[in-house]
Ligand binder design. Structure first.
Ligand SMILES: Nc1ncnc2c1ncn2[C@@H]1O[C@H](COP(=O)(O)OP(=O)(O)OP(=O)(O)O)[C@@H](O)[C@H]1O
Length: 440
């Protein structure tokens, strides 16, 4: 089918003949003898074009075009003009009509114009859907960043999430390791099952093993009933071992068994029980160095590091620092209900500070600024991330979304984006997008 059309013409003979012609050309046509009933059929999600005669009793074609613009200004309307109506039609074009055709029109001219109109409408609706999907994806994937390193990281997360493998997430303090772990869970097949996070550095001493592995009935003082540990609680889902580099050696041996055998033996139990889980561990230390110092088991490192993801420090992300800061300032303003103006040169200071506490430090700084505790003055404009960084972030998001929706089929993604092939590849290379990672 070439497309959907609403055709409005009050001359019965001309209407019947034109409908036949359009149907022969492959259009799906609904015909109307007056503008009012055509207007009743137009909705904001109408996926075709409208062709209307200008001179009609009661509502004429120009009024109809204006009323359709009120429903959705991007529905293409083609006006069919009689002798002497051309100046009127030219004015209508200026007001946003898609095209006009003078009677008597040549059939191929009519079909060509309508084909373009329907195609244009399809692109408009596709772009709208893409924008809506991007907004939804943004809400769902809060890992902000347009630098090549972050674009690559998002692609790796997507790829690994589906693969359901254990992952070791490494990076300095505050870089977003926990957020990455959450995304691995949320984008993977276990997303509807529990996500249980255990901070290995904060487990209470003495109780750590019970907390993690659980215990059998009557096997621990003051506890007659058996208790499941966090490992069992995460069964079916994902267990996050946050700061695994802080785990005591004795516990590492027990954990290794869970990873290798996929079973857990609660304290005091005579038999292990099977568990089905995905383990994501995070570390801010170089685990190989800890192995050399005898503080981390080599076999556990080997088992944990089948897949390693490195989260880069903020100082390696270029102008992402400005994108992140702008997002946190917006969040702080909304949360704290305060407006703030930032001093000139704030953007340069954000760029030159090296952020040893990474994203967490940057977020705290943004909240402090909005609270008026740091660096805020009155009467000056807030620094904006440079347009180029914001455009790059938007472009990377749009391209990633198109690739995601088309399962990495480049030709279809290019169609969706409405880009020349070469431009698409230039952008993909510049933004460091890994097309292959989107293939299903
Ligand atoms: N790319 C990002 N976009 C938006 N927010 C981020 C990003 N990275 C991190 N954050 C936010 O920064 C804060 C710190 O991140 P997170 O706790 O994940 O870091 P971490 O590396 O696990 O820290 P630690 O090493 O101290 O455990 C969180 O509030 C997180 O939501």
């Amino acid at each position: 089918m070439t497309g959907t059309l609403l055709f409005v013409e009050d001359d019965d003979a001309l209407r019947t003949a034109t409908v036949q012609l359009l149907e022969l050309a492959g259009f799906d046509v609904t015909a109307f003898a007056d503008a009012e009933s055509a207007l009743a059929a137009v909705t904001p999600d109408f996926a075709g074009a409208v062709v209307t005669d200008i001179r009609m009793a009661r509502m004429d074609g120009l009024e109809l075009a204006a009323a359709i613009r009120g429903v959705d200004a991007e529905i293409p309307v083609i006006l069919v003009t009689g002798h002497g109506d051309v100046p009127m039609a030219v004015a209508a074009l200026r007001d946003g009509a898609f095209d006009f055709l003078a009677k008597p029109f040549a059939a191929d001219h009519l079909v060509a114009s309508l084909t373009r109109a329907v195609e244009r409408r399809r692109l408009v609706l596709d772009n709208r859907a893409l924008r809506a999907a991007m907004a939804a994806a943004e809400a769902d994937s809060p890992l902000i960043g347009a630098s090549p390193a972050m674009v690559r990281l998002r692609a790796s997360i997507r790829q690994l999430a589906g693969a359901d493998l254990d992952v070791l997430v490494e990076g300095e303090t505050g870089t977003g390791k926990e957020l990455v772990s959450v995304l691995l869970h949320r984008q993977g097949p276990r997303r509807a099952r529990p996500f249980v996070a255990v901070n290995c550095a904060a487990l209470p001493e003495g109780l750590a093993e019970i907390e993690l592995f659980g215990h059998a009935a009557d096997s621990v003082p003051h506890s007659r009933l058996a208790r499941d540990g966090r490992i069992v609680a995460s069964s079916g889902g994902t267990l996050l071992l946050d700061e695994v580099d802080s785990m005591p050696l004795a516990m590492q041996a027990r954990l290794l068994r869970v990873l290798e055998e996929r079973e857990v033996q609660p304290i005091g139990a005579d038999r292990p029980q099977p568990v089905n889980l995905r383990v994501v561990a995070t570390s801010k230390s170089d685990l190989s160095a800890l192995v050399e110092q005898g503080r981390f088991r080599a076999d556990l490192l080997y088992r944990l590091s089948t897949v390693r993801l490195r989260v880069p420090p903020v100082r390696e992300r270029g102008d992402d620092v400005l994108l992140l800061f702008a997002a946190f300032v917006a969040e702080a303003r909304a949360e704290l209900g305060r407006e703030v103006r930032l001093p000139d040169g704030a953007a340069d200071r954000l760029r030159t500070h090296d952020w040893p506490g990474n994203v967490r430090e940057l977020r705290n700084h943004a909240f402090a600024v909005v609270l008026g505790m740091e660096g805020a003055t009155q009467g000056e404009a807030a620094p904006l991330p440079p347009l180029a960084a914001r455009v790059a972030a938007f472009e990377a998001g749009a391209i990633e979304e198109a690739l995601r929706r088309t399962g990495g089929q480049v030709t279809r993604a290019i169609d969706l984006l409405g880009l020349p092939r070469k431009t698409f590849y230039d952008k993909v290379n510049r933004l460091g997008i890994d097309v292959a990672s989107f293939r299903r």
